[in-house]
Design a protein around this ligand. Structure first.
Ligand code: THG
Length: 367
């Protein structure tokens, strides 16, 4: 792989100086911003994430802020998930759908203040969609991208690290709960959430100038815990079945196909974007669904294009993320599989760039 040409168009983050000092080896680009993906090696980072604690620069999870008296009413038409129970102390994972029921994004929604919501987006231009809908329908809201950058603290020792910097009370936060906790004279919004299944938190850093002081405090307090810089880890993510927008699903896929049916509320389908298509799919059943897939043989190459799945001489789906898992000693993968073949133990063939491999559908993800 060649290097990434530096330019203003690929945005740095409030933590980029810290990331560079920690010896960053590879980035990806996400929401036109740099996202660190590898420090030591993907495997070393994976083992460390599963046994210690890491600080992740996930600034690229940009916030689409919707503020005003119509804010919640606007956001509710963007998603089939029922938002009536949102509070300032609870965040929600929400599929965002277009007029055909296709996935536009799969963000986390938070209430950051009175009549103020943050849509913490995956990698697609949701700001334009939300702003246009607000403008065309005369909603009383302001839509913006504030100077807010999430900093992840992930791994089994994340409670111990966070308690040292923000106080013992942070241990009481429940999964997807959020609250404000003080550091350096400012109350940071913090949620127990993050893009790994090793446990952890996300600190929504308001103001670039607050970034590096917090970064340094976390690394200083975390020294005895072997804290390191990290980032979303491909191996851990696939083992955990965490979906990646643009990889595992696009606007060609519905939330039901993505396995997000529990976030599709029939009470919203009359009024949200794509509700009619989702209702029809609920009635007829989905044609395909996201599945955990095990691929035989030695370590697969990097999955930078869809790999067709075949059975009985027909294409029955595609693999969209795949990697060797050191802990499970097999190749783990995420893919879409047609209904006739999506049951556990269904035997299929995956066409990788280095040739066909035997594969099978699993009854669940690994973590
Ligand atoms: N945190 C925040 N913003 C984000 C992400 C994040 N924006 C981009 C991207 N990640 C959005 N995608 C996801 C995907 C999965 C989850 C969160 C965001 C997730 N899923 C849990 C699971 O699948 O087990 C829990 C879902 C639930 O039950 O509510 O956490 O990571 N701020």
């Amino acid at each position: 792989m060649a290097l990434l040409s530096p330019s203003r168009r690929v945005r740095r983050t409030p933590f980029s100086d810290g990331v560079e000092a920690q010896g960053i080896k590879a980035y990806t680009v996400y929401n036109r911003m740099m996202l660190p993906t590898m420090f030591a090696s993907v495997e070393e980072d994976y083992y460390h994430l599963k046994q210690a604690v890491q600080v992740w620069d996930v600034s690229c999870e940009r916030q689409v802020q919707v503020q005003g008296s119509d804010a919640l009413r606007l956001i509710q038409i963007l998603t089939p998930r029922d938002l009536s129970k949102i509070t300032p102390n609870r965040c929600m994972y929400i599929p965002v759908t277009d007029q055909n029921g296709g996935m536009l994004n799969d963000p986390v929604l938070l209430q950051s203040g009175p009549e103020t919501y943050w849509i913490s987006i995956a990698d697609s231009d949701l700001l334009m969609w939300v702003n246009a809908i607000a403008a065309c329908n005369g909603f009383d809201v302001e839509v913006s991208e504030p100077d807010v950058s999430p900093l992840g603290v992930q791994g089994p020792k994340s409670d111990d690290l966070m308690a040292q910097v923000f106080g013992e009370k942070i241990r009481d936060l429940r999964f997807f709960g959020c609250d404000r906790f003080e550091f350096g004279g400012f109350d940071f919004l913090i949620a127990r959430s993050g893009y790994s299944k090793q446990g952890g938190f996300e600190i929504y850093v308001e103001g670039t100038e607050r970034g590096m002081p917090l970064w340094h405090a976390l690394f200083e307090a975390g020294q005895p815990l072997d804290v390191r810089a990290g980032g979303p880890n491909l191996i851990e993510r696939v083992e955990s079945g965490l979906l990646s927008y643009g990889n595992d699903m696009t606007s060609d896929n519905s939330p039901l196909e993505c396995g997000l049916g529990k976030f599709v509320s029939t009470s919203q389908l009359a009024t949200c974007f794509g509700g009619r298509a989702m209702r029809e799919e609920l009635e007829t059943g989905s044609a395909q669904m996201i599945r955990a897939i095990e691929i035989d043989g030695n370590s697969v190459p990097g999955c930078d294009r869809a790999w067709p799945l075949h059975a009985g001489g027909e294409q029955v789906g595609q693999v969209t993320s795949a990697t060797w898992s050191p802990d499970f000693k097999t190749n783990v993968a995420i893919g879409m599989v047609a209904r006739a073949h999506w049951d556990a133990d269904s035997e299929i063939t995956v066409e990788t760039p280095t040739g066909p491999r035997a594969a099978r559908v699993c009854d669940g993800f690994w973590n």
